[in-house]
Ligand binder design. Structure first.
Ligand code: PXL
Length: 282
């Protein structure tokens, strides 16, 4: 029998702009993992750069979807949560975890970047995301999200050291999250590098993967990173290999987009899927 893992991702559909579900669905499927979706909101575009976007909150639809799934007996090897339409959705997803017990719960608390919450979010989302993350096997906040969730000082990229990152990682795993990985780490001592650093509470082990820091920024790369990393884990890759594959896929996609650098349009990840699949076979 050909084995096919099945996951469900819970995040918004931004109809234009390649982030959240419109990245997770194609990338995870291409990686050879079945990907179902619970949409948390439908927006005309993402919230970062297209003034006047529409936003339909789907909070009321979620209990009906999960109750139906429970009734018909669906099961999942993994759950991947991202951008939520409202803080209340975090509690609903918590109930869903209790009911369906997905094999691995991967949470990306997608709510902030560059020291600021995304448009439309207030402090309630931070509390709700933190509570959801406390239940996860693996969480992948960026530094802004990590500092918001801990009420800790946010430091600008390239101005901090390993001690700062390690203390945030320990804080993030204090209330239940098994492994925390902070993305977009840039140490003061290594100006040309960027990476991801993880900490697993049970073993006390730190895992890291650093690579070249490209001096450009595109919307949606955090979502591409998370989708690729979870896809790789579902394909049986180790934590460090999944971090490397995700980072390389994002770097390849950024390089493929450098000649067309509008931040809002995200990266041309579609062009890099053949390369991604090769990395899965290594
Ligand atoms: O990439 C994170 C993200 C996801 N979904 C929506 C967003 C953002 C970031 O701005 O606006 C709707």
């Amino acid at each position: 029998m050909n084995e096919l893992k099945r996951i469900v991702t819970v995040q918004d559909i931004s109809c234009f702009g390649k982030c959240s579900a419109t990245v997770a669905l194609p990338v995870i499927s291409a990686m050879g993992v079945e990907c179902a979706v619970i949409p948390t909101a439908v927006l005309s575009t993402h919230t970062a750069g297209f003034p006047g976007f529409t936003f339909r909150d789907l909070t009321e639809d979620i209990p009906g979807i999960t109750a139906h799934w429970k009734k018909v007996g669906l099961t999942f090897d993994g759950l991947y949560t991202g951008y939520l339409g409202s803080p209340e959705q975090a509690a609903m997803i918590g109930d869903f975890v209790d009911e369906i017990r997905p094999g691995t719960f991967f949470a990306d608390p997608a709510m902030a970047d560059n020291g600021k919450l995304y448009a439309g979010f207030g402090n309630e989302i931070v509390t709700a995301m933190k509570r959801l993350c406390d239940r996860a096997d693996l969480i992948v906040p960026n530094l802004t999200e990590a500092s918001f969730m801990l009420g800790a000082e946010y430091k600008e990229p390239g101005t901090y050291d390993e001690t700062y990152i390690r203390s945030l990682l320990r804080g993030l795993t204090e209330n239940g999250a098994k492994t925390a990985a902070i993305t977009g780490v840039r140490y003061a001592s290594e100006p040309g590098k960027q990476g991801i650093v993880a900490y697993t509470r049970e073993t006390g082990e730190y895992t890291e993967y650093f690579h070249e820091n490209l001096p450009v920024s595109f919307h949606g790369t955090g979502d591409l990173y998370a989708a690729t990393m979870f896809g790789a884990m579902m394909r049986g890759k180790s934590l460090v290999d999944s971090m490397r594959i995700a980072a390389t896929n994002v770097l390849n996609s950024i390089r493929a987009t450098m000649d067309d650098p509008d931040y809002r349009y995200s990266v041309k990840f579609e062009l890099c899927i053949p390369e991604l699949l090769k990395m899965l076979e290594e």
